[in-house]
Write a protein that binds this ligand. Structure first.
Ligand SMILES: *Cc1c(COP(=O)(O)O)cnc(C)c1O
Length: 705
C-alpha cells in the first residue's frame, strides 16, 4: 500500500523506473522532497519513499513550487514512455523484431550492486542508451542476492570483502508475479534440473529480466549458484553459465518474445546458443548442420578482453558430465557436440571447451571493443579463424565502447552545454559539429564550471569521511586516507578502476623520490586520488593496493594521496567529474577498451594515458597526453620507460600548463586542452555512437543495412 498522497502518487512510478538515474530533473525532484533521506539512502528513491516522514509527504503534496516541478517531471516521464519519437523506428520502420541482450552483470546505479567493473557498466550504459534511441531491446541477466562485495581496507592496508544481502523491497527490482501474488518461477529441465526465480526492472523504455536460484525448491548447492558475482570454482561456473544461457532463453520464451537478434555480451552467456540449437533440431526438425546455420543468423557476439583468464574454458569431462544427456536427446554425437566449443589454446594443455570459441563459432557477427583490441583479438583467435570452417566468413570486427553521456556528465557541465551548444545538444550528442561550438565558450565560464565540479567532488569526499568518522572505531589514519587533507586548489590526478595487476596502479610510484618532488612542490603541487577493488581471489592485486595504501597513510607524502574505499558507480562518477587529470597506465595491449577516461573527458577532465584500448583512436595531440609510446618485450624495461615518460610529461607539460594562470587566475592554455578533449571525445565515445554502430553493423540483417 502506497504511503504517497494521491496528488503525488506518480513519484512511485518514477522511483521504480531507473530513468531517473539520467534525468537531472527527476533526481532534483527526489532531492528537494527530502534531502537527508536522499543522501542517507545513497540516492535510492524506492527506499527513500518508504522512510520519508508522512508529514513531509503531506507538505510536499501541498507545496506549489514542488508540485510545479512534479507535474513537469511526470508529464515528461510519461511522454518519454508513451509518445516520444524513437530514433530507431524513424530510421528503420520496417524492422519489427526484437533484440535480446544477454550479460552476466549490469551496472545501472550504485544502489544495485550487480556489477563488478567495466563490463557491467558497459552493459548498463548499453541498456540505457537503447531506451534513449527507442530500440526494441530486452536485457536479460542475473540478480545476485549478495551482489558484489563491499570493500574495506584494514589498518595494514589489506582489502577485506563483506557481502550484504540486497533487500529487493528497497530496490526497483520487482518480482514478476504469477497467479496473483507469488513470484514466477521457471523450471530448467536440462542440461541440469533446477528452478529459477524471475525478476524484472524498467530502464526507461527498455525492460530488463533478471533471475536467481535462491529458492526452496532447489538443492542447497543450487540455491547459492547465483548468490555472488564471480564466486566459486570451475564447476560452479559451468552451472552458473548453464543457468544464464538456458535460463535467459526460457524467460524470453515465457513472455512470448522471439528475438531476431541475440547479442551475447562475452562468453559467459554463450550456452544460450545451445538452447537455440535444441529448438531448431527438436522442434523444427533440422539437421545439426542446418540448425547451426539457422542459429548463427541470430547471434551477435562481443569479446571484451585479451586476458586469457577472462575466457572461460571447461574440460571435456566436466562438459560431458552436464551435457551428455543433452547431446543424446538432440541425436548428435559427442564429437559433434564438443566440436562446438573445442579449442586448443594453450599449447600443451590439449583442447578444452571454450565459451568464447562457442560464441564465435555460432555467431554471424563478432566484435572486439576497440580498434586496437580488434587487432589483438584477431591475433589471439587466429588459429580458429584460419581453420576451414571459417572459410568465407568475415573476420572479427570491432565496435569501440562508448559511455552513456547523461549518466556520466556532471550537473555543472550539463548546464554549460545547454547554454552554449543549445537546448537540443542532448539529441545531437554524437554529432561532432555541435561540439565545434565549444570554442565559443569563454574560458572563464569553462573554468568556473570545472571549479564547481571539483568542489562537488571534494564536498562529497569530505562528507563521506565525516560519515565514516561518525561510525566510530575507525583509526584516524583511515580518516586521513579518505582524503581529509586534500587541497581543493591543487592539480588533482585520479586513478579509479579495478585493481587488476595489468592496470599498474602503482606505476606512478616507480621512482619514489621523483613522485615525492611532484607531490610536495610548494608552488605547483600535484595530488593523487585512488579508488578500486581487487578481485576477491586476486592476491597480487591486493598487494598492489596495499603498497599504495602504505603511501597514502605515510607522513612522507604530505597527505597528498588519498584512497577512497569501496569504489562504485557513485564514487566513480564524482571522481571522473571532479579530478583535473585522469591517469591510465595499463600494460599494453591488455586494456581492451577502458571507459573511465571517456567519462572523464566528457567532464573536462584531461586524459593522461598509455596508448592502449580506446586512447589511440581518440588521441590526436593537444587533446590530452600520452604515457610512454615505445614497446619493450621486457616487463621491467617497459615499466621503467613508461614511468620515466610519465614523470617527464607531468613535469614539463601538465604541471606547467595547469598552473600557468592569467590575471584572473585562469589557465588559458589548459582550457584549450580541455576544450579539445571534450570536443574530440564526447561525440565519438558516446554510447549513442556505439549503439548506432551496433544497429548498423550487427543487429540489422545484412540485406537491410
Ligand atoms: C567506468 C567504470 C569502470 C570501468 O573503468 P575502466 O576505465 O574501463 O577500467 C569500472 N568501475 C566503475 C564503477 C566504473 O564507473
Amino acid at each position: 500500500m502506497s504511503r504517497l498522497p494521491n496528488r503525488i502518487k506518480h513519484l512511485q512510478d518514477l522511483a521504480e523506473n531507473l530513468i531517473w538515474v539520467w534525468k537531472p530533473k527527476a533526481r532534483e525532484l527526489f532531492k528537494i522532497l527530502d534531502h537527508p533521506a536522499w543522501n542517507s539512502t545513497g540516492h535510492n528513491p524506492v527506499h527513500m519513499l518508504q522512510i520519508i516522514p508522512q508529514e513531509r509527504l503531506q507538505a510536499a503534496a501541498k507545496d506549489p513550487s514542488f508540485l510545479k516541478k512534479y507535474d513537469d517531471m511526470i508529464h515528461s516521464f510519461q511522454e518519454t514512455l508513451e509518445t516520444q519519437e524513437k530514433w530507431f523506428t524513424r530510421e528503420y520502420p520496417e524492422f519489427n523484431d526484437e533484440i535480446a541482450y544477454l550479460s552476466t552483470e549490469y551496472g545501472l546505479h550504485q544502489s544495485l550492486p550487480i556489477y563488478s567493473g567495466g563490463l557491467g557498466i558497459l552493459s548498463g550504459d548499453h541498456v540505457k542508451e537503447s531506451s534513449d534511441l527507442g530500440l526494441p531491446f530486452i536485457g536479460v541477466g542475473f540478480v545476485y542476492p549478495q551482489g558484489y562485495f563491499k570493500q574495506t581496507i584494514s589498518r595494514e592496508g589489506w582489502q577485506q570483502a563483506e557481502y550484504e544481502n540486497i533487500d529487493f523491497s528497497k530496490s526497483p527490482i520487482k518480482p514478476v508475479p504469477e497467479n496473483g501474488d507469488s513470484q514466477l518461477t521457471i523450471e530448467l529441465q536440462y542440461p541440469t534440473s533446477l528452478f529459477l526465480r524471475v525478476w524484472s526492472m524498467k530502464v526507461g523504455r527498455t525492460p530488463l529480466y533478471l533471475m536467481d536460484t535462491d529458492i526452496e525448491q532447489n538443492q542447497p548447492w543450487d540455491r547459492g549458484l547465483s548468490a555472488r558475482l564471480y564466486g566459486g570454482d570451475n564447476e560452479m561456473r559451468i552451472r552458473q553459465e548453464i543457468v544464464l544461457g538456458f535460463g535467459a532463453l526460457k524467460i524470453l520464451a515465457h513472455f512470448g518474445h522471439n528475438p531476431a537478434v541475440y547479442h551475447l555480451n562475452e562468453g559467459h552467456t554463450s550456452f544460450a546458443v545451445l538452447e537455440l540449437l535444441r529448438h531448431e533440431i527438436l522442434d523444427k526438425g533440422l539437421s545439426f548442420e542446418e540448425a547451426k546455420d539457422e542459429v548463427r543468423k541470430k547471434i551477435v557476439f562481443t569479446t571484451h578482453t585479451p586476458v586469457s583468464a577472462g575466457h572461460d574454458q571447461f574440460s571435456f569431462e566436466l562438459v560431458s558430465k552436464y551435457f551428455q544427456s543433452f547431446w543424446e536427446t538432440l541425436g548428435i554425437s559427442r564429437e559433434d557436440f564438443l566440436s562446438l566449443g573445442a579449442f586448443d589454446w594453450r599449447q600443451g594443455d590439449g583442447p578444452k571447451f571454450n565459451m568464447t570459441t562457442l560464441g564465435i563459432r555460432l555467431s554471424r557477427y563478432q566484435n572486439a571493443v576497440s580498434k586496437l583490441n580488434g587487432e589483438v583479438s584477431r591475433k589471439m583467435w587466429m588459429n580458429l579463424y584460419s581453420s576451414p570452417e571459417f572459410q568465407n566468413r568475415p573476420p572479427l570486427s570491432y565496435v569501440t565502447n562508448g559511455v552513456h553521456v547523461p549518466t556520466w556528465v556532471s550537473g555543472p557541465f550539463q548546464n554549460l552545454y545547454k547554454k552554449y551548444l543549445g537546448k537540443n545538444w542532448f539529441n545531437r550528442q554524437d554529432d561532432p559539429e555541435i561540439w565545434e561550438r565549444l570554442d565559443d565558450i569563454p574560458n572563464a565560464d569553462l573554468w568556473n564550471t570545472r571549479h564547481a565540479a571539483r568542489q562537488h567532488m571534494f564536498s562529497f569526499l569530505r562528507e563521506k569521511t565525516r560519515l565514516h568518522r561518525i561510525q566510530g572505531d575507525r583509526d584516524s589514519r583511515l580518516t586521513l586516507a579518505a582524503g581529509a587533507l586534500l587541497d581543493p586548489e591543487a592539480l588533482t590526478i585520479g586513478f579509479a578502476r579495478r585493481f587488476a595487476t595489468y592496470k599498474r596502479a602503482d606505476l606512478i610510484f616507480h621512482d619514489l623520490e621523483r613522485i615525492k618532488k611532484n607531490l610536495l612542490d610548494p608552488y605547483t603541487p600535484i595530488q593523487l586520488i585512488f579508488a578500486g577493488k581487487a578481485h576477491p581471489q586476486d592476491d597480487p592485486g591486493k598487494h598492489v593496493l596495499q603498497n599504495i595504501f602504505k603511501k597514502v597513510v605515510s607522513a612522507d607524502y604530505g597527505g597528498r594521496i588519498a584512497f577512497i574505499e569501496d569504489y562504485d558507480m557513485q564514487i566513480g562518477r564524482y571522481l571522473v567529474q571532479g579530478c583535473d587529470v585522469w591517469l591510465n597506465t595499463p600494460q599494453k595491449p591488455m586494456e581492451a577498451s577502458g571507459t573511465s577516461g571517456m567519462k572523464a573527458a566528457i567532464n573536462g577532465v584531461v586524459n593522461f594515458s598509455i596508448l592502449d584500448g580506446w586512447w589511440p583512436e581518440a588521441y590526436r595531440g593537444g587533446n590530452g597526453y600520452v604515457v610512454g609510446g615505445e614497446d619493450f618485450s621486457n616487463k621491467d624495461e617497459q615499466n621503467r620507460y613508461d614511468a620515466e615518460s610519465l614523470y617527464d610529461i607531468l613535469e614539463t607539460e601538465i604541471r606547467p600548463l595547469f598552473y600557468k594562470r592569467n590575471a584572473e587566475n585562469i589557465p588559458l592554455e589548459w582550457c584549450d586542452v580541455i576544450k579539445n578533449s571534450i570536443k574530440t571525445v564526447t561525440p565519438q565515445f558516446s554510447a549513442r555512437r556505439m549503439l548506432k554502430q551496433y544497429v548498423r553493423n550487427a543487429y540489422l540483417p545484412s540485406e537491410r543495412k
